[in-house]
Design a protein around this ligand. Structure first.
Ligand code: MG
Length: 384
């Protein structure tokens, strides 16, 4: 039986996770739920699943829940609340779905405490992947990737002799600007960038899909998760988002992983691994006629993808710097303070300006994160 803490229960991964839990009452139970600002949805989730431990973003929201819930769970708030949920003694599985570097410490602590951690927070792998591996190793924790491409790779690579593998490829939908000319991409609006063709996701990751920064972060994530060099990870644009990843062998052949583009599938994979059970998603409809297309990504129109490869090659704190710069730039774009093309300019500026250092500790990662944010904020202010 998997006893879950969901960190980020009101976001898109969190709500999909609860649907998977609903489909497997005999295998999955909810012990803890943590959310940030959406106290109303958290309240209704609590009434439906009765978690014993609950955390929310602020003390005020925790007080509000205390007087509005029909039962009395342990109530926490803030960063300590995330840790209380992740480390609750009855929890053996943590779904880490907090967006951004805010999710780092709880992911690390859960791995160190020997939990299975289903990581949807790709930032924790991108900026501190080596440290997450160390934490898992030290505490006996188990790291499973919820990101659809990486769950696909995990399935393809599971039990494989790594010396047979030449490369892995993750697919990218190409986002809303896949076939737009450069000049039009450069002046794209917020509404255009939020209009993702295949996946329905939160605003940060949707903008990252429009710049292909999301795919860049996923390249770093794949390298970290599976111990691959920058030359062994590649990206193929596949607008239909039905093939999620491929593994290429030394003999030139490939294996592909295919499923509907529904996040409940990779979530269930991570929660039930190594079991495969019927769940909330129907088997793939092979009898419906369809066409799949594949093309190479264009780094000129999507420079953020190239910046991610650069950060991966530079190593150390470079991915943390890039990730932090990008978070600042995307937030500024969503607030109307930056243009779409400024996002890549800000990211490049930070990589050029701040030298990467080798990765030693979580504190050091957080320092690099803060430095990059400070510089990026300063850069944004010069543009507005
Ligand atoms: Mg993904």
């Amino acid at each position: 039986m998997r006893h879950l803490a969901i960190l980020g229960s009101t976001g898109s991964i969190g709500t999909s996770t609860l649907e998977v839990v609903r489909a497997h009452p005999e295998r999955l139970s909810i012990v803890a739920l943590a959310a940030g600002r959406n106290r109303d949805l958290l309240q209704s989730q609590c009434e439906a699943f009765h978690p014993r431990c609950v955390s929310v973003g602020s003390k005020e929201a925790a007080d509000w829940l205390r007087s509005n819930l029909s039962y009395r769970p342990e109530l926490h708030w803030g960063d300590e609340g995330l840790l209380a949920c992740a480390l609750h003694p009855e929890v053996n599985t943590v779904v880490a779905a907090i967006v951004g570097s805010a999710g780092l410490a709880s992911t690390e602590a859960a791995l160190r405490a020997g939990r299975r951690v289903c990581v949807a927070n790709k930032e924790s792998l991108v900026v501190g992947g080596v440290l997450m591996h160390e934490a898992a190793l030290a505490g006996g924790g188990e790291l499973l990737p919820v990101d659809s491409e990486h769950a696909a790779l995990h399935q393809l690579l599971d039990g494989r002799d790594s010396t047979t593998i030449r490369e892995v490829r993750i697919t990218a939908s190409g986002g809303p600007f896949r076939d737009w000319p450069l000049a039009r991409i450069q002046t794209a609006t917020i509404a255009e960038a939020l209009n993702h063709p295949t996946w329905k996701m939160g605003p940060k990751i949707t903008i990252d899909s429009a710049t292909l920064m999301n795919k860049g972060l996923e390249v770093i994530e794949a390298s970290v998760l599976f111990g691959l060099t920058a030359d062994q990870v590649a990206v193929t644009v596949h607008p239909q988002s039905q093939v999620h990843a491929m593994v290429g062998f030394h003999d030139g052949s490939y294996q592909l992983q295919v499923c509907a583009n529904d996040m409940k599938l990779p979530i269930q994979y991570c929660l039930l691994y190594p079991d495969k059970q019927p769940g909330p998603v129907a088997p793939y409809p092979w009898d419906e006629a369809r066409a799949w297309t594949f093309e190479a990504p264009d780094l000129e129109r999507f420079p953020c993808l190239g910046l991610a490869f650069r950060a991966l090659r530079e190593g150390g704190t470079a991915p943390a710097l890039l990730n932090a710069a990008n978070e600042v730039a995307v937030a500024a774009f969503l607030q109307g303070r930056l243009g779409f093309w400024d996002i890549q300019a800000c990211n490049q500026e930070i990589l050029d300006r701040i030298p990467a250092t080798p990765l030693g500790s979580l504190a050091q990662v957080l320092d690099a994160d803060r430095a990059a944010r400070r510089h990026a904020e300063g850069w944004v202010q010069t543009r507005t």
